[in-house]
Design a protein around this ligand. Sequence first.
Ligand code: PSU
Ligand code: MN
Length: 306
Amino acid sequence: MTGPLVVSDEVSAAVRAGRPVVALESTILAHGLPRGENRQVAAKIEAAVRANGAVPATIAVLDGAIRIGLGAAELDRLCSSAEIAKLSVRDLGVALALGVPGATTVASTAALAHRAGISVFATGGLGGVHREAGRTFDVSADLRVLASTPIVVVCAGVKSILDVGGTLEYLETLSVPVLGYRSDRFPGFYLSDSGFTVPWRIDEPEQAAAVLAARRRLALDQAGVVVANPLPPDRQLDPELHDRTLAQGLAILAAESVTGKDVTPRLLAHFHAATAGASLRVNVELVLSNAALAARIAVAVAGAES
Ligand code: PSU
Ligand code: MN
C-alpha cells in the first residue's frame, strides 16, 4: 500500500483474507517500559499473539509513514531510540508532516487499526480521567477516541494512578461498554481489583465476538468495546507496596510540576524504580495476558464472520 499508511505484507494479507489480527500499541514499548527490557517484551507480546492464533500488528510512525505491522529492525529502533515521540491522535498529522518518529497511544493505535480493518487491539492499561481532572482537565484522549472507534480493546483496566471511578463514569457517558473477563471486578492495572465492579461479565472469547456482532446488527457499533482482563490476585503487585509507591509518585509529579503527556510515563518510571522490578514484572505479565486474550477474541471474531 502506498501513502501515509504502510501495512506490512503479512498484516495486509491477513486482513484481506479475514484472518485474525491483533493491533498492538507502541507507547507502552517506547515510554511505558524501561529501555533495555522493552525490546524483549515486544517480542514476547508478538509471540503471545501468534501462539493464540492471530497475526500481531504493532503500530508506530517511522520514516515519515504510519507503519502497521513492524519488522524486527523497526522494533529495534522503536525500543532503543531516545527520539521517539508519544503520539496521540492529534499528533499524527504533525509527526508525519515534520518527519518525527513516534509511538502510538491507545487512542492513535485504535484509530489507525480501525482504518486498516483491524477490529481487536491489546494494550496494558487504558488512559483515563486523572485525579483532580475537575481542576486540570486531564482526561486521556483514549476515552474520546474509543467513543467513536469500533474496536475491541483488551486491557487490565486503567492505571491505578488515575481516578478509576471517574473513568468508568466517563466511559458510561461516552456509551462505551465495559466487559469484565472472567471477573466481576474492574482491574486496577497492577492490581486485580480497582475497588469497582464491571457493568458486564463475559467468560469466553466467543462472547466478546457475539457482543460485537450484536452491536453491528443493531447499528449501534460506532463506539469501541473495553474488555477488562484482571491478573489473578496472586500475580498482582502487593497492594501495600502499590499504595505507598503511588503516593510517592503523585508527590513527585507535584514537586517536578509534571503535566500533560509526560504524567503517565513519569509515574510508570517511578513505579519501576521504586518497586525493585516488581511493578515491571506485573506490567509485562498483564500485557502478555491481554495479548493472548485479544488473539483468542480475534480468532472468535474471524470465525463468526466467516
Ligand atoms: N498503559 C501502560 N503503559 C503505557 C500507557 C498505558 O501500561 O505506556 C500509555 C498508553 O499508550 C495510553 C497512554 O494510551 O499511556 C495514555 O496517556 P495519556 O494519559 O497521556 O493520555
Ligand atoms: Mn493526559
